[in-house]
Write a protein of this length. Structure first.
Length: 425
């Protein structure tokens, strides 16, 4: 019988060096394989992933850092799962990359599982685990299809991979200037079409206001810096952005608006397009907020079947005033959603195995193996999860190598176990 080796992740509760007002219930920054803490320029302190006391978690938003500093890591292929969801399938990092996710937790433990492909390695250099504030993902959005638009529910129970955070017409926003340590990049390289005579760039030096007592619009949703700039369109114009995305996937598109150009209410009217479809007609930002310089966002859900770009656009509407600014866009976020089979990126078989481990917990899962109460249908999946663990700690990275067992088959998995204190966003 294959042996099961699971490594619990021991965490220290860290205090952020940032002056940001938001203080997440959990803020765990781990330098995997490191022997000493590492401090980033923004003041965040990453500690080694061992030797600390365990703690409880709330609604984690994990971010995984991959830096392949040697050829064996650059060629590594592996899967990553958490909370019963397959996050990465057949993943390879030939260059430095950061993968950020948002996921709900429905059990008492959260297990991050790394499963190397046969003959390959799995590695991770750093892990961030920060509690997601309740307002970060709402439950209701607008589904956009070729047939029109409709309301869709259940968004807060989904798993998301963050693909793009765009500060439209503004400078790059670094983690130091974001209450959730996010990075927002400029939109210029994503512009597909714009006519200079029909578009413009705006900056705002005033105060961005937030509704008092609101849990939907706070600085944790997006920082002031992304609302202080905007790209505008005239009544006769249209501005389009294109974002390369994987095909056959569903996406949550969040478009951020803040009327920083009007001198009075109800002066902006424009249309919003998502993937070539009219998503909102005659949109008036101040009509939605009741104020100027108040942030607002709309969540759209859209399916992308073909390889290419997900296109977003704003254009003048029939209610636009001629020769004046008709509409603006301040920021964009694009998140890939999990599929119905439980994985963001991959097939059901691997997802099922990881879901079993996460839902049962490491202790119960191990006991069930030792007692022999494993269904024959799960055996193949479980063999893909854990057979033998060999850990190599090098240069602030943790690596796991595949090794066959005596029977000639099997795989390795590293499981990070975290105790959860909350089951929703």
């Amino acid at each position: 019988m294959a042996s099961v080796l699971a490594v619990p992740l021991l965490l220290c509760l860290l205090a952020s060096a940032s002056a940001a007002r938001f203080a997440p219930a959990d803020n765990h920054l781990l330098a995997c394989g490191a022997t000493a803490p590492a401090v980033l320029p923004d003041g965040r302190r990453f500690v080694p992933d061992s030797g600390c006391a365990s703690t409880r978690l709330r609604s984690p938003a994990p971010t995984l850092h991959f830096y392949p500093f040697e050829p064996a890591l650059a060629s590594a292929r592996f899967h990553v799962g958490a909370a019963g969801f397959l996050l990465l399938h057949n993943f390879s990092a030939s260059a430095p990359v950061v993968k950020e996710f948002i996921l709900p937790v429905h059990s008492d433990v959260l297990v991050l599982t790394f499963v190397p492909e046969s003959g390959s390695n799995a590695f991770v250099n750093a892990i961030e685990l920060v509690s997601a504030p309740d307002e970060l993902v709402g439950d209701i959005g607008t589904l956009v299809t070729s047939s029109g638009t409709d309301q869709t529910n259940g968004l807060s129970s989904q798993v998301y991979e963050m693909l793009y955070r765009i500060n439209v017409a503004g400078r790059k926003v670094t983690p130091f200037n974001d209450t959730l340590w996010r990075t927002w990049v400029n939109d210029e390289r994503f512009l597909v079409s714009t006519e200079s005579s029909n578009s413009g760039v705006w900056s705002f030096g005033g105060r961005i206001a937030y509704p008092k007592g609101s849990r939907l619009m706070t600085r944790e949703v997006a920082p002031d810096n992304v609302y202080n700039s905007a790209r505008s369109v005239s009544s006769q114009g249209k501005v389009t952005w294109g974002f390369p995305v994987p095909a056959s996937s569903r996406y949550l598109v969040r478009m951020h608006f803040c009327d920083i150009v009007s001198k009075a209410l109800n002066e902006l009217y424009f249309d919003i397009y998502v993937n070539g479809q009219l998503a909102v007609k005659d949109f008036d930002i101040s009509g939605a907020t009741g104020f100027l310089a108040y942030p607002y966002y709309i969540d759209f859900v859209v399916d992308v079947e073909d390889e290419g770009a997900l296109k977003l656009a704003i254009g003048g509407s029939k209610n636009s005033r001629s020769d004046e600014v008709s509409g603006i866009l301040n920021a964009v976020e694009i998140m890939r959603m999990n599929k119905t089979n439980g994985g963001i990126d991959g097939d059901f078989a691997v997802s099922l195995g990881m879901e079993y481990v996460a839902s049962k917990g490491i202790g119960e899962f191990t006991r069930s193996l030792l007692c022999g109460f494993i269904f024959a249908g799960l055996l193949l999946v479980l063999l893909m999860l854990v057979v033998r663990l060999r850990t190599e700690l090098r240069n602030n990275g943790t690596t796991w190598s595949w090794q066959p067992n005596d029977s000639g088959d099997g795989k390795l998995a590293r499981a990070y176990q975290l105790v959860s204190a909350k089951t929703d966003y």
